[in-house]
Design a protein around this ligand. Structure first.
Ligand code: ZN
Length: 408
């Protein structure tokens, strides 16, 4: 997996592989993943029920013959077969790292990595960071949550692999905590900040208090950066892709993942460039995940990118649970955010019943142009309530952009 970076790509051979060679590699790896998964009772049962065998696979598209699974299936497996379920051929005795999902919506799920699985993530994270301009020798500040969350651990492994110095300050829980973090690193020569927008907002508030200079602008790191990166979760493929900056979307690591955008009801692929559910099959791992429905919304574009990378590009559009349906139209926070100032704080209020109007709260002075642009783009009447800056709750990690009526 050693990469010969050439200034443009971390791994030129993999990232510019001709499609035909790439598809041959993907087919071979899909066969291996199926064979491997079949050693885990969870997948063996499903593969047998669908009548799919590794030797029947002729192309990457054959992945559609496999059944989709969701996080709820993984949770059920873990509850029935504690502590880590029966969906992995390699269990705790082969694992070198563990993390637990936050578990805000039920039983937390366990994520474990073998050395080979970690190798894949280190390679893919290096491609992502290299595209973003990170180079060996840089000093980067990160605020990913650590310990059982696992995010900081992966981030640390990624930067070590690239030969960078990661300064981990953890997600600031308050503006006071952000202030303490900034004071303790104020003399370091920071090259880059890798932050979630919510962490950046809190750090900026603290920076203003103490006169700290050098933080990026929200526009440089707003929801746009999330849109330009894509993940299939730490339990599947954490570093699925990132943008090259030449054209939109994230170059998908198609040598290590089969990535689909499907119609949620039929499971069939949606047309190129249209919004569908993100379904990912991981390749090249000890513990594969077959057709994992992330319950995220994504668009995939196949048009070749002038940067020379040969993968398709994915546009992450939001969580499926954040879809607000008004007058038959599905709206996601990104549809609103596109028409706001990139650093603007906002929430969509999920109406108790569909009145045909979309209620939104935005921080800032009333701006009729924004109101008009929203209504025009969404083809819906939008009720914008403008509130004072600082009025909407700030998250330490990821912002909640959709709140139920009555809780705003
Ligand atoms: Zn590109």
């Amino acid at each position: 997996m050693a990469a010969e970076s050439n200034g443009r790509y971390w791994n030129p051979e993999a990232q510019t592989m001709p499609r035909q060679a790439l598809d041959a590699l993907r087919t071979e790896r899909l066969r291996e993943a199926i064979e491997q998964a079949h050693r885990a009772p969870f997948f063996a049962h499903r593969l047998d029920a669908a009548g799919v065998r590794a030797e029947d696979i002729r192309s990457p598209e054959d992945v559609r013959r496999l059944p989709r699974i969701t996080k709820a299936d993984l949770r059920r497996s873990e509850a029935d077969m504690p502590p880590v379920g029966d969906y992995r051929p390699f269990g705790l005795d082969h694992a070198v790292r563990i993390a637990m999902s936050s578990g805000t919506t039920g039983r937390p799920t366990a994520m474990i990595w073998t050395e080979r699985d970690l190798d894949v993530e280190r390679e893919l994270s290096a491609r992502n960071h290299y595209r973003l301009g990170i180079r060996p020798g840089m000093v980067v500040v990160g605020a990913h949550p650590g310990y059982l969350n696992g995010g900081q651990g992966l981030q640390q492994a990624a930067y070590e692999h690239m030969g960078c110095l990661l300064v981990s300050i953890g997600p600031p829980e308050s503006v006071d905590a952000a202030e303490r973090a900034l004071l303790s690193i104020r003399d370091l020569p920071v090259d880059r900040w890798q932050l979630f927008p919510a962490a950046l907002l809190r750090l900026r508030e603290a920076a203003e208090r103490i006169g700290f200079k050098g933080l990026p602008e929200p526009a440089e790191i707003g929801p746009l950066t999330q849109h330009e990166k894509i993940s299939a979760g730490m339990e599947c493929v954490a570093y699925l892709g990132s943008s090259c900056g030449v054209s939109g979307g994230a170059h998908l690591a198609e040598d290590y993942a089969l990535v689909e955008a499907v119609d949620p009801a039929s499971g069939e692929p949606v047309p190129d460039g249209e919004r569908g559910r993100l379904v990912v099959t991981s390749l090249g791992r000890d513990n594969p995940m077959l057709r994992y429905d992330l319950e995220d919304m994504v668009r995939i574009e196949a048009a070749p990118c002038p940067c020379g990378e040969t993968s398709r590009r994915g546009f992450w559009e939001g969580r499926a649970k954040d879809i607000v349906t008004v007058a038959g139209r599905d709206v996601l926070p990104i549809d609103v955010w596109r028409h706001l100032d990139p650093g603007a704080e906002f929430v969509i209020i999920r109406p108790e019943r569909d009145t045909g109007r979309l209620p939104v709260k935005v921080e800032g002075e009333r701006d009729r142009d924004v109101e008009d642009a929203l209504a025009h783009a969404l083809e819906l009447p939008v009720d914008v309530e403008w509130v004072a800056r600082g009025e909407l709750p700030r998250a330490a990690y990821k912002a909640q952009r959709v709140v139920p009526a009555g809780q705003s």
